[in-house]
Design a protein around this ligand. Structure first.
Ligand code: FE2
Length: 328
């Protein structure tokens, strides 16, 4: 078991360092320059399921190494927003902030804590506006930020286990309605109280997306272990289905504040070509953003999910319908 942060252990022949006392593990000594053998792939997967988040540090890692790692966790899924994908590789998405870019696609800059930030994204799990939860993602930092630019992670299993037995009973069976949000000032919780948007001229006219509301259970169970997770995506959660709105607002605020308590978070300080793989059925994450004059560039692959626990709020909509996807 992973006990103390920075403690090194050997697991299934792999060297593992805990990132926090509760979750996260760095796996050392993995050679991704050639195919992984089955035993090593199985060991990586097991460590990932146990830890929720794994780090592999390899300054030489490239797209090929990243895809090799991605396939350990399942089939990759191309992002349907073709303009964000590498024209030569549909599985590889580029997440980039370049201060010199005069045609930013959809990112608004923000200000909080007295500082301007580009690329800030509040706490969330990916694609909560879809009925099926993607399994995970691999993020490789091609060009780390010279300042800030950390990515934060919180374990929703740990958050569930920190709830009182009374609260665990109260939320059993509740469902959360999600709506896609691009204006973070509309977030109900999980954002700084002093958050302000910085108007930014977008010559392209910005990206507009219409996703119908989706419903997900508030608590989901990890298949492999039976542990429960407080599966709320703070960024897009709107209200609790079938509950009086005042009560719903109060309960979501209480649980959202509990879930996004950063004293339980791990913030990763990226080195060049670090790769982080998160279990999207379990972890929430958040991009701290960078100062407006600092560049940053990451490559992301997405792991397909079959966790069909959600549905469209409108029962007339086909849950498997094709939609245009976006990074959230
Ligand atoms: Fe995300």
């Amino acid at each position: 078991m992973l006990q103390e942060a920075n403690a090194i252990a050997t697991k299934a022949g792999l060297k593992v360092r805990a990132l926090t006392p509760g979750f996260g593990a760095e796996i050392m000594g993995i050679d991704l320059s050639r195919p992984l053998d089955d035993a090593t792939a199985a060991a990586i997967r097991d460590i990932w399921v146990e830890a929720g988040l794994i780090l592999i540090r390899d300054p030489q890692a490239d797209d090929e190494a990243q895809m090799r790692l991605s396939r350990v966790f399942g089939e990759m899924e191309p992002a349907a927003t073709a303009d964000m994908n590498d024209p030569a590789n549909q599985y590889m998405m580029t997440l980039k902030y370049d201060p010199a870019d005069e045609k930013p696609r959809f990112q608004t800059n923000y200000n909080f804590g007295g500082h301007d930030r580009a690329g800030y994204i509040p706490w969330h799990w990916d694609q909560s506006f879809m009925p099926t939860i993607v399994r995970g993602a691999v993020l490789r930092m091609e060009q780390p930020a010279s300042k800030l630019g950390q990515t934060g992670f919180i374990d929703a299993i740990e958050a569930y286990e920190r709830l009182s037995p009374e609260m665990q009973d109260r939320i059993d069976g509740l469902e959360v309605v999600y709506h896609f949000i691009t204006d973070f000032l509309q977030c109900r919780f999980g954002v700084p109280a002093d958050l302000k948007a910085l108007p930014r001229e977008t010559k392209s006219g910005g990206a507009k997306y219409e996703f119908p509301p989706v419903v997900h259970p508030m608590v989901i169970t990890q298949r492999e272990t039976g542990r429960k997770a407080l599966k709320i995506s703070p960024l897009q959660a709107q209200y609790l289905l079938g509950m009086d709105r005042t009560e719903s607002d109060a309960l979501l605020l209480e649980l959202g504040t509990h879930l996004t308590d950063e004293s339980h978070a791990y913030f990763h300080d990226w080195q060049k070509n670090d790769m982080l793989v998160w279990d999207n059925w379990r972890m929430i994450h958040h991009a701290q953003g960078v100062p407006l004059d600092v560049a940053r560039s990451a490559r992301r692959t997405t792991i397909m999910g079959d966790y069909a626990v959600g549905r469209y709020l409108d029962p007339a909509l086909d849950r498997n319908r094709a939609v245009k996807r976006i990074v959230d």
